[in-house]
Design a protein around this ligand. Structure first.
Ligand code: GCW
Length: 719
């Protein structure tokens, strides 16, 4: 007895003194707070029986070995017989049915490949807490969910829970280069240590897989879409193979980016023409070799004819001809070809907003069945807020996946706390009115409205070698939230914020209210101090950090001036029928409402309309004044986030507290910088008086223009 007491005290002591550096992510198992739940868990952990043996069950066993001692102070006991000593049953439906004939008690046939059933099963008078999947990975998902419920205080021993993901490919896209730099990565270098692979296995690979599996992510593309053909050489395949082997027990498939010109660069051919027999043979051979190394290889992800990446247009072939050629090489192996719709070319003299639809709508019906077109959430480029991409709803016979950006390229990078879930939720819930009057982006992407058979949600990863993985502790919330939304795109941001907060900071209800409030306000705050009322792409040139509404460097026609179009008369991009007509790419219901500046939601106003500075807004105030008030509101919200956070001093782990607190201090300064720089600039153009309600900026426009970021991270390498 005494021994246990000492052990328990030691445990509590060591946990309290272990500085939280963020490495454990949301899997930072702690003593279960609720005492009834703790004793239930204690009992359950004392007899765990697996109905089979496979690498996924071994992964579960390891997870329980890690979690149980931290949660209850005791190691778990794995029993070798399924009845007497046993409290928990873990297995697939088939395994349980064969042994016990439980088909009728647990019918999960409809839960698909990855679903699970969890709850009490009565057998010969005794109750067993049971987690069942159709495949072992379903059991793994169920176990993670169960551990999460213990950690967040929602576990109910008597309740049956059934879950299955709504999206098939729940995928992270790494923009990681082979030299370990990360394009738009703000958390250090790439976690893929290509140099030391295949020989050396960094323990991070396993923790990465655990974290992803715990939120349902089942696919990763390891390499940058600005691709390097070397990843397809035999040497690199062997390296990727090791990662695939590590990820497999966790249900994660590996994808790689395929550089369209690889036949020339590593195949010694003179062309990469997708209709050339030698090119076709190259890709077939390469792909066959890939499957010899990685039998469950997911497929290729391709960025073609965009921002200088090679593609089929060089050979006067279409995106469909390019994609189908690669898809044909993958098809015999069950692989998927993901082709990005982010086409951005300076050759086309059209509003950039229109390019994807112009190129892809005519190709509807021409793509092979195993092709998915991956579409960014909006038509420009991961701006703080964008209306949904008009490709959603515009094609009928093409599989469309959505691509979100978890890394905060345009949203303060790893310095600012911006919880992205509300932004994604806004996009997913957007009504497209096509193919049915009630369709939404989520309904198209999950197939329920579109009927598409292959479904995909991809997120550009924010993960790097920083000890806490994401640079900013709250970057973890974005990774977490992305995973949860791939599982169920109809979840609310509030629920996700609550889950993550409990797993990260514990269950204290007062802390929870405050942290949730900070998270849920943070996106609107950033939109307000960066790009309110539909403004977009007015950030600093190339690094995309900090304000740059005056920027004309580089290609003058594609920088801030192009997007905000401010002149002495007004501001905004006219995309209605009097302007670029990009609005015509949406459904008639949207065209009707949004072409009217009185009806369009004000959050999209300047995205679609060029209006006089004196235009009267819904509030009765002028547009110029509203712009000012929105910027100012952004600053106020940032200050409020900071002051709310300060009330958590002493109430949460000091290391976590101080990390976020310092970053919030910077965020407030940057919010002020954004507001002052943008308002001084727009004032210089509009020649309107500075709104009197707003704090007068220190420094003049020249001062703000002179601020530079010599060390802005995550810029694409220039070689
Ligand atoms: O957002 C832009 C980025 C580029 C990126 C590109 C893309 C990978 O600025 O760095 O390149 O989008 O999505 O392809």
């Amino acid at each position: 007895m005494k021994k246990y007491l000492i052990l328990a005290l030691l445990l509590i002591f060591s946990l309290q003194n272990f500085a939280k550096d963020g490495y454990e992510l949301w899997l930072d198992y702690r003593p279960i707070e609720n005492s009834i739940m703790r004793s239930e868990a204690d009992q359950l952990f004392s007899g765990i029986f697996f109905f089979g043996k496979n690498p996924t069950y071994e992964a579960i066993e390891k997870e329980l070995q890690l979690a149980a001692p931290k949660m209850t102070g005791k190691a778990p006991v794995f029993s070798s017989e399924r009845l007497n000593q046993t409290q928990i049953w873990l297995g697939t439906r088939e395994e349980l049915a064969q042994v016990l004939g439980l088909q009728n008690q647990i019918d999960i046939r409809n839960l698909g490949q990855d679903g699970y059933w969890m709850g009490p099963v009565v057998f010969q008078g005794k109750t067993y807490f049971t987690i069942v999947g159709n495949r072992p990975v379903g059991v793994l998902y169920g176990v993670f969910d169960w551990l999460k419920s213990l950690q967040s205080g929602s576990f109910d021993l008597n309740k049956v829970k059934m879950e299955s993901p709504k999206i098939q490919l729940r995928m992270l896209n790494h923009w990681d280069n082979l030299d370990r730099t990360v394009e738009r990565g703000y958390a250090g270098f790439s976690i893929w240590d290509w140099h030391r692979l295949p020989g050396y296995i960094d323990p991070r690979y396993i923790d990465y897989a655990r974290a992803n599996a715990s939120i349902g992510i089942n696919a990763v593309s390891l390499t940058n879409v600005n691709a390097n053909a070397r990843i397809l050489t035999s040497d690199f395949m062997k390296k990727a193979m090791v990662l695939a082997d590590i990820f497999r027990p966790y249900g994660i498939k590996v994808f790689l980016t395929a550089r369209f010109s690889a036949p020339i660069e590593i195949g010694g051919l003179k062309t990469a023409d997708p209709l050339d027999p030698e090119v076709i043979a190259f890709w077939k051979k390469k792909t066959d070799e890939m499957y010899q190394h990685i039998p469950d290889f997911g497929g290729y992800l391709v960025k073609a004819n965009s921002e200088g990446q090679p593609g089929p247009h060089e050979y006067q072939r279409t995106h469909a001809e390019g994609a189908n050629m690669l898809a044909a090489a993958l098809a015999p192996h069950g692989g998927v070809l993901i082709w990005r719709a982010f086409v951005y070319s300076h050759e086309i003299d059209e509003d950039r907003h229109k390019q994807a639809n112009l190129e892809f709508v005519p190709l509807d019906g021409k793509f092979r069945e195993n092709v998915i077109i991956q579409v960014k959430n909006g038509a420009i480029d991961f701006q703080p807020r964008e209306p949904f991409h008009p490709l959603f709803g515009a094609v009928k016979q093409t599989n469309l996946g959505v691509e979100f950006q978890i890394t905060q390229e345009y949203l303060g990078q790893a310095t600012q706390l911006v919880f992205l879930s509300p932004m994604w939720e806004e996009v997913l819930r957007s009504k497209t009115f096509r193919p049915t009057p009630t369709s939404t982006v989520a309904g198209i992407v999950d197939g329920s409205d579109s009927g598409q058979r292959l479904t995909l949600m991809a997120g550009v990863s924010n993960i790097g070698t920083d000890r806490n993985w994401t640079g900013h502790l709250f970057g973890q919330a974005n990774w977490y939230s992305f995973g949860r939304l791939t599982w169920d795109p109809y979840l609310s941001s509030e629920q996700i914020a609550e889950e993550w907060t409990k797993l990260t900071f514990g269950q204290n209800p007062e802390n929870l209210v405050k942290i949730k409030e900070i998270m849920l306000d943070s996106h609107e705050a950033a939109v307000n101090y960066m790009t309110p009322l539909g403004l977009h792409h007015i950030m600093g040139w190339d690094h995309h950090y900090g304000p740059g509404p005056w920027v004309t460097g580089g290609r003058a026609d594609w920088t801030a001036l192009y997007y905000h179009r401010a002149d002495s008369l007004g501001i905004g991009f006219d995309r209605t029928f009097t302007g670029s007509k990009a609005l015509e790419q949406y459904a008639p219901e949207i065209i009707r409402a949004w072409s009217d500046s009185e009806q369009i939601p004000e959050k999209y106003l300047l995205w679609f309309h060029h209006l006089s500075w004196d235009y009267t807004m819904k509030s009765g105030k002028t547009l110029w004044k509203e712009i000012g008030l929105h910027y100012d509101q952004g600053v106020k919200s940032a200050r409020k986030m900071k002051s709310t956070w300060e009330t958590l001093n002493g109430a949460i782990d000091p290391v976590q507290y101080s990390h976020v607190s310092q970053l919030l201090e910077i965020q407030v300064q940057e919010a002020e910088w954004w507001r002052n720089a943008c308002l001084l600039y727009f004032q210089s153009i509009s020649k309107r008086p500075f709104p009197s309600e707003i704090e007068q900026p220190e420094g003049d426009l020249e001062y703000y223009k002179s601020l530079r970021f010599p060390t802005a991270p995550g810029i694409r390498p220039k070689w």
